[in-house]
Write a new protein. Sequence first.
Length: 165
Amino acid sequence: MVQRDSFPAEYEALRIDRPLPTSSKIIRFQPFCEHKLIRLGGRLQFADLSHTEKHPILLDGSHHDTLLLIRHSPIQLHHLGVRVVLSHLIHKFWILRARQNMKKVLRACLPCKIANNARGQEVEAPLPSESVQPSTPFAVTGLGFAGPLYTKKDKSAKSYILLLT
């Protein structure tokens, strides 16, 4: 369906074994029709790859269904970025303007945004000497206190935190 919408003239020409129009934007890929799908030709005939990897299915990157496919891939791949998503999809599909459309989709993906945010670069204070010098157990102890915190079990109550280290 994506191929019929995106490349109608090319689809019909390949389906009935006619030459592609010279103005076609996919003519350089040496496409051919197999089982009603446009696949890429190419130079990998003798490579030790599967048929799908040698001749991927051609898709238009700006088509809505292709964008849905691109949008679904980062979820499967745990939001690892453009290169990982592209290498995953390239095993089955050749997407025109793939990198450009992937960047557009990944910019709108909230988990991808969070993963690519700049991290804080604060300089941490040095640890106290008591924490880094060898000593016997319980030679140095620490005390932390916080509160009041308002909690609600049966009724509202004040609570405090005491941390002993």
